[in-house]
Design a protein around this ligand. Sequence first.
Ligand SMILES: CCCCCCCCCCCCCC(=O)SCCNC(=O)CCNC(=O)[C@H](O)C(C)(C)COP(=O)(O)OP(=O)(O)OC[C@H]1O[C@@H](n2cnc3c(N)ncnc32)[C@H](O)[C@@H]1OP(=O)(O)O
Length: 219
Amino acid sequence: MSGYIQEDIDPEELAHRTELASAIAGSVRDLIDATVRTEVGETDIAEARRLIAAATEILRKDQLPGPFGIRFNADGTKRSWGNAVLGRRNPIAPPVDIRHETEHSWLEVDLGPQYEGPAGLVHGGVLALVFDQLLGSTAEFQGVPGMTGTLTVRYRRGTPLGPIRGEARVDRVEGVKTFVTGTISVDGEVTAESEGIFILPRWARGEVPEAMRKSVGEG
Ligand SMILES: CCCCCCCCCCCCCC(=O)SCCNC(=O)CCNC(=O)[C@H](O)C(C)(C)COP(=O)(O)OP(=O)(O)OC[C@H]1O[C@@H](n2cnc3c(N)ncnc32)[C@H](O)[C@@H]1OP(=O)(O)O
C-alpha cells in the first residue's frame, strides 16, 4: 500500500533526525499553547505573526510533496512522524507514547488547554482520537492489526484537562476482526471506556510485510 516507505537510516543519523523532529514540534506545541492562552494586544499579535510567517518560510524551503506516511527500516523500526496522535514531528499530536506489555498496552499523557471541549474538560473527540490510536496500536502490537471499522466510546464523566492514563487490551479475535477494549482514567477513576473493532483490510489479507503488521519502536 502506498504511504508505507522503506527508508533505511543508520541509527546515529536516525537519532539525530528524531531529535530535530521532536525539537521543532515541541517548539510549535509551545506556540500553540501560548496562542490559545495569550492575552497580548494588537501590536504584539502583529509582531508574533510576522515572526511566525518568517519561521514558516524557513520550513517551507524544503518540504515533502505530501504527507509523511509511515517509514520503516529493514529491521521493522517504524516512524509515524505525521501521525495525529503519535507523530513526533506533528505539533497537533500531544505526542502520545504507547507502552506495550505482554497482556496490555498503556499510555500516560498530559492534555493541555489546546484539547479543551467543555470548560476545563477534554474534548470528547480528542478522547476518541486517543482511544482509536491506543486500541489500534494494541491490536497491531499483538499481531492482529486492522483499520478501525467501529469505535464506540462511553463518556462516563468529564475528563479534566491535565494528565490522563489510557489502558487497552485485545478482548478477542474473530477472523479478520480484532475486538479491543480500553479505558481512560484520571487519578485512578475511569472517565471514559471504549471498544474498537479493527478489521484487516482486504489489501492486507495476503502477504503483508512484517513491518506493516507489527509495531516495533513506533515513534
Ligand atoms: C497490516 C494492516 C495494517 C492496518 C493499519 C494498522 C494501523 C494501526 C494503527 C491504528 C490507529 C489508527 C486507526 C485509524 O485511524 S484507521 C482510519 C479509520 N478507518 C478507516 O478509514 C476504515 C475504512 N474502512 C475500511 O477500510 C473497510 O471498510 C474495513 C477495512 C473497515 C472493512 O473492510 P471490508 O469492508 O472489506 O470488510 P469485509 O466486507 O471483508 O468484512 C469483514 C468482516 O468485518 C465486518 N465489518 C465490515 N465493516 C465493519 C465495520 N465498519 N464495523 C464492524 N464490522 C465490520 C463484516 O461484517 C465482516 O464480518 P464477518 O461477516 O466476517 O463476521
